[in-house]
Design a protein around this ligand. Structure first.
Ligand code: NAP
Length: 272
């Protein structure tokens, strides 16, 4: 039987997921397809009803469907519940929809692969408090980072995230983020600043210690100005593409029955 999965979004043309999953399907010789589907919000519910009936095993969800898909699911994993959003759906044989969120998992798996020297015993400083930040902060706490400081342009959003995720999350003013960096083992940019077409992220790294790891989840460009600056100062740096690749692993495993490997060949295929 040909296995089917895909990604829903509005728009959808920008998604790299079909290339990513397509590479794995070819590499492992699996009889399956992973398709991009342009789904507008008003037909989301109907789409989720019909796709399992026509043979789909599940989906990835991208903007703007992550929160709505979470609400429409019959069951949710703990990590989806923690961030109230889904990026991966599994359709079970008895007709149920299970919502998962693998963004935080992907971020951590990538960090472990690309930054083996990351000091997990020190607090992390996260810039941004949007959808991606939620999953990342929850995952950092889950793996045992003692505390997470969040700085966001809109301070109330950082406070909201702290209220959702608990006492180990400390919201600070956006303007004070550079000075706070000194005590942290990890700096993560989860804002869209630095992305092609967006304003640059202006951040002073001079108070960074020798052992700070710097990660950016923006992956276009791959080496953002933040990472270039951090690397020039001798920091271990982690780009955003790896998170995108690793977050796809649990879905591929569930839909196509094989645990795929994230390696250089996959990175090249997705960047091509
Ligand atoms: P989002 O929910 O819209 O959040 C955007 C964040 O960026 C907010 O914290 C926002 O602050 C901040 N921001 C935007 N413009 C700003 C500016 N001019 N100055 C200061 N802060 C600004 O978006 P998201 O889903 O979290 O995604 C954020 C970025 O991560 C995007 O570039 C996305 O492509 C990337 N991403 C990468 C991966 C991956 O796998 N590598 C996964 C998910 C997302 P305010 O709250 O003040 O607006």
């Amino acid at each position: 039987m040909t296995l089917l999965a895909g990604v829903i979004g509005d728009p959808i043309a920008q998604s790299r997921s079909p290339r990513l999953h397509g590479h794995w399907l070819r590499r492992y010789g699996i009889d399956g397809h992973y398709v991009p589907l342009h789904v507008r919000p008003e037909v989301l519910e109907a789409t989720l009803k019909v796709l399992p009936d026509i043979g789909f095993s599940g989906l990835n969800c991208t903007i703007p469907h992550k929160e709505a898909a979470f609400r429409l699911a019959d069951d949710v994993t703990d990590r989806a519940r923690a961030v109230e959003a889904a990026n991966t759906l599994m359709f079970t044989e008895d007709g149920r929809i299970i919502a998962d969120n693998t963004d935080g998992y992907g971020f951590i798996a990538n960090l472990k692969q690309q930054a083996p020297e990351w000091d997990i015993t020190k607090p992390a400083l996260v810039l941004g408090a949007g959808g991606a930040a939620r999953g990342i902060v929850a995952a950092l706490l889950e793996v045992g980072v003692p505390a997470v400081t969040i700085a966001n342009r809109t301070h109330t959003r950082a406070e909201g995230l702290a209220a959702l995720l608990g006492a180990d999350v400390l919201p600070i003013e956006w303007a004070g983020a550079s000075t706070a960096l000194a005590d942290h083992g990890l700096l993560v940019n989860t804002t869209s600043l630095g992305m092609s077409g967006q304003p640059p992220l202006v951040f002073d790294l001079s108070s960074m210690s020798d052992h700070t790891t710097v990660a950016d989840i923006v992956y276009s460009p791959l080496m953002t100005p933040l990472l270039t600056d951090a690397q020039a100062r001798g920091a271990q740096v982690v780009d955003g593409l790896g998170m995108l690749l690793h977050q796809a692993v649990p879905g591929f495993e569930a839909w196509f029955g094989r645990t795929p490997t994230v390696d250089e060949e996959l990175r090249r295929a997705v960047l091509a």
